[in-house]
Design a protein around this ligand. Structure first.
Ligand SMILES: [Zn+2]
Length: 234
């Protein structure tokens, strides 16, 4: 399924979509400027995680990673294919994330991109839309829009599977630990996320569905990454 959407095509579509999103945020005056303290904090975190990304996806060596912050009450963050990261101020403010917890969010989002979860999800959707456009052509209706442009808009509405979530949790935990961020923050992050759910809006949890064992699973994995964390600290 994955081969239906070439990585290059998806990364190109993501870059285009990300650029449009930033442009829109800029015109609405909600795009954080480079000297915004919260944005600087996020970029510092990214600089500590990115060096450990390549073992999870060799293509990522050539990604142009970017981190941006948008003023919005939404509790959300994402990393598009190709390493385009965005946080909304809502996730930092409403969950009162410390650096370790913010690193866990970023690691989780980076893991989705590195493990190409979007590509897998989209391959299934695209099989459907290719079928649609083929059907339309047969009926003489012409192409139903540009598939590549569609990909970009679909990226933001993707809902991951619980298996994707588990992988993103564990890969993200390891990335953060190697970047010298405290592993127990993964547990406190998800506790906060669960508590905020309902009051903080469904944003993050609706696209990142939690299984019943998410926190337990993270807790069970803390000992495995503790040494990586200590080595990184040392
Ligand atoms: Zn997720």
């Amino acid at each position: 399924m994955r081969t239906l959407v070439p990585a290059e095509q998806l990364e190109g579509a993501a870059q285009q979509q990300y650029g449009q999103m930033l442009e829109q945020a800029r015109s609405q005056r909600v795009l954080a400027p480079d000297n915004h303290p919260q944005l600087q904090r996020l970029r510092a975190i990214a600089r500590r995680l990115i060096p450990f990304a390549a073992p999870w996806n060799s293509r990522s060596r050539s990604w142009q990673w970017e981190v941006n912050l948008i003023g919005s009450s939404q509790v959300n963050a994402f990393c598009m294919p190709g390493g385009k990261i965005c946080f909304y101020t809502g996730i930092l403010d409403k969950l009162r994330l410390d650096d370790d917890e913010a690193a866990m969010v970023m690691g989780h989002e980076m893991a989705h991109a590195l493990r190409e979860h979007a590509r897998e999800r989209l391959a299934k959707t695209q099989a459907t839309s290719l079928g649609l456009s083929l059907g339309a052509r047969l009926l003489g209706l012409g192409e139903l829009g540009n598939v590549a442009a569609d990909l970009g808009t679909q990226l933001l509405a993707l809902k991951y599977s619980r298996d994707d979530e588990t992988e993103a949790d564990l890969v993200g935990l390891e990335l953060a630990a190697r970047g010298a961020y405290a592993p127990p923050a993964s547990v406190s992050l998800w506790r906060k996320m669960m508590t905020a759910n309902g009051s903080g809006g469904p944003g993050f949890l609706s696209t990142h569905p939690s299984g019943p064992n998410r926190i337990q699973e993270l807790q069970d994995n803390l000992p495995k990454v503790q040494r990586l964390y200590e080595q990184a600290r040392g």
